[in-house]
Design a protein around this ligand. Structure first.
Ligand code: NAD
Length: 276
């Protein structure tokens, strides 16, 4: 079975470098997909209150019989729950749905710049962390001004920023800032939701290495040092996406993949995404 490496967060907790994402996995499909992922060797699961499948993730975790300490579970605070008290309430609700008594990583899902209250939410996250209810706290979709504001106004540096990142949107500036500040970069939509798997350079490298296009893209992430959380409900793809620890891409092949950068997003722009 695949051996997934770990990355140290800024508080000595470690996160598996590859996990399983469950965005757009229907509640009725979630338990089966998560059990399939656990069977394939995944130990890190990424969900969110907004995905409306936390309870089904919890069902899969409890029925798996796996030791809690072997798992790394992430969920996220939804935009409408931002604010100090509402963050504390939302955390309790998510934890209850997941059937857990602590969380490994809790993230502010989006900065929601129009409301501008992510500092209040972050203070609540700091309390949850201080109270030992979550092992690490972080953010998602934060751009430089949002990160700088947190760093200026609050005590704890986010352990993670989970952002859209793939070869078409490599996020060099954010990754540099993360590296300078001890923030781990976690890539969402690491496969650009499948959109770049037909690109000529990706299929050529797949042929060269005897791997699938998805495996080539995931390997690019791992070699950049990103944490990745690919999603699939197809058992063969779930297995394929974790089977990426037995090869490495050559420098010039990594550079050839870098050429795919065209700034394309598959998701919303955090500067203007204010849905609540
Ligand atoms: P992804 O890049 O992981 O792509 C998933 C899609 O790619 C699948 O639905 C399938 O169509 C295809 N695919 C997967 N494996 C494949 C394979 N081996 N071969 C061919 N095609 C394959 O996109 P995603 O689901 O949007 O992102 C992954 C995870 O990131 C999510 O499930 C979620 O946990 C997280 N996420 C977070 C945010 C956020 O705002 N924080 C936003 C989107 C996603």
């Amino acid at each position: 079975m695949a051996e997934v490496g770990s990355i140290a967060l800024n508080n000595e907790v470690t996160i598996p470098q590859l996990g399983f994402g469950v965005y757009q996995v229907a509640p009725e499909d979630t338990a089966k997909a998560v059990r399939g992922a656990l069977d394939a060797g995944y130990r890190s699961i990424d969900t969110a209150a907004a995905y409306q499948n936390e309870a089904e993730v919890g069902d899969a975790l409890s029925s798996s019989g796996m030791a809690r300490s072997d798992l790394f579970i992430t969920t996220k605070l939804w935009n409408s729950d931002q604010g100090y008290d509402s963050t504390l309430r939302a955390f309790d609700e998510s934890l209850g749905k997941l059937g857990l008594d602590y969380l490994d990583l809790y993230l502010i899902h989006w900065p929601v710049p129009k409301r501008g209250i992510y500092v209040d939410s972050w203070r609540a996250m700091q309390k949850l962390y201080a109270d030992g209810r979550v092992r690490a706290i972080g953010v998602s979709n934060f751009h430089l001004p949002h990160l700088r504001r947190l760093l200026d106004e609050t005590a704890i540096v986010p352990a993670v920023n989970q952002i859209e990142l793939h070869p078409q949107l490599p996020q060099a500036e954010l990754r540099r800032f993360h590296a300078e500040n001890g923030i781990v970069t976690e890539a969402w939509s690491p496969l650009a939701q499948g959109a770049l798997l037909g690109e000529g350079i990706i299929t050529a490298l797949a042929a060269k290495y005897g791997k699938s296009p998805a495996q080539i893209v995931l390997r690019w992430h791992l070699e950049l040092g990103n944490v990745v959380i690919p999603k699939s409900v197809t058992p063969s793809r779930i297995a394929e996406n974790i089977d990426v620890f037995d090869f490495e891409l050559a420098e010039d092949d990594l550079a050839a993949i870098d050429e795919l950068d065209n700034g394309n997003r598959v998701g919303p722009d955090p500067d203007t995404f204010n849905l609540a």
